[in-house]
Every structure is written in C-alpha cells, then in structure tokens.
Design a protein around this ligand. Structure first.
Ligand SMILES: Nc1nc2c([nH]c(=O)n2[C@H]2C[C@H](O)[C@@H](COP(=O)(O)OP(=O)(O)OP(=O)(O)O)O2)c(=O)[nH]1
Length: 143
C-alpha cells in the first residue's frame, strides 16, 4: 500500500468561481490558458482560495486579477465537488449581477459572453451548471 494519499482522499481545495450575469441573462466564460491543467477548456472565471482567506474575498481578488473587474455584489449559488487526476476541488459558485469595469483578458485568456452556453469543451465539473443556469433563466424568481 502506498503512503501517498490520492487526490480523492486529501482535503479538497476550495475554489471561488464567479458567474457574471448581464440583465439579458448572458454569462461570461473564459478559456483556460496554456500551462494549466485542462488548458483550452472553458470555465467560469475564478481560482483557488488562499489559506485564511474568506471565499467571497477570494472571488473578488480573482475577478480583479483575471478580469480587472470589481465585484460590487455577489450571491452564493451552488457548490460542486469534483475529483480530477490533478486535484480534488470544492467549487463555490457565485452569481454577480453588479460589477464595475469591462472584463479584460489580463491572463491572455479568451472570453465569451454566452446566452445558452455553446462553447466547448467545458471543464467536467462545470458541465451540470449550464443546465442549472438555463433553468434559472427560465424561472428567475425561483431558487
Ligand atoms: N475557475 C474555475 N475553476 C474550475 C471550474 N470548474 C472546475 O472544475 N474548476 C477547477 C479547475 C481547477 O482544478 C480549479 C481552479 O484552479 P486554478 O488552477 O484554475 O486556480 P488558480 O487560478 O488559483 O491557479 P494557480 O494560481 O494555481 O495558477 O478548479 C470553473 O468553472 N471555473
């Protein structure tokens, strides 16, 4: 037996993820840059929560670092855990409808505003979110 814990048994890594949603329901996706696991896959902007950092603060930091956008308000929406070969992640998805600034590609990533999301491939743990978002758009006042 190996002494090295596999990625499924170690404590999950918390990740803060932001779904910027326009009033028409469009959401912003970015493409993972070269050099990261799953390069070229589409995801919602975000990144790992640092030690001792509140998840909402990580969200605000990542959105500023990646997009140059200041989050004015964001609501926690859902959580997803996923075990990748490279990491066991716990994703905290927030929806933000209020931000300041126009998203810029500060890490050289491609971006796309999408209504019904059509970009591919998506990160595996993000795939279910697309259907949930469609339902949210159809019934905006139901949680
Ligand atoms: N941002 C984001 N990450 C996601 C999504 N879905 C999903 O499985 N992930 C996973 C991929 C990664 O394993 C992890 C995010 O870590 P990352 O490596 O991109 O974070 P980071 O920007 O802090 O990276 P770094 O500082 O280590 O370079 O979460 C998503 O929709 N958005």
């Amino acid at each position: 037996m190996s002494d090295t814990p596999s990625s499924s048994t170690v404590r999950p890594i918390d990740v803060a993820v932001g779904i910027l949603m326009k009033t028409n329901g469009d959401v912003l996706l970015g493409q993972r840059p070269d050099g990261k696991p799953y390069a070229g896959y589409w995801e919602f902007p975000g990144g790992k929560v640092e030690k001792g950092e509140a998840i909402i603060d990580a969200l605000k930091r990542e959105m500023l670092e990646e997009l140059g956008v200041e989050i004015l308000s964001a609501e926690p929406w859902c959580g997803v855990e996923h075990v990748y070969p490279h990491a066991h992640v716990r994703l905290h998805f927030y929806i933000s409808r209020e931000w300041r600034g126009e998203p810029q590609s500060l890490e050289n990533q491609a971006f796309a505003w999408q209504g019904s999301v059509g970009v591919e491939p998506l990160l595996p743990a993000t795939i279910p979110l697309i259907e949930w978002l469609d339902r949210l758009r159809d019934r905006p006042n139901v949680d």
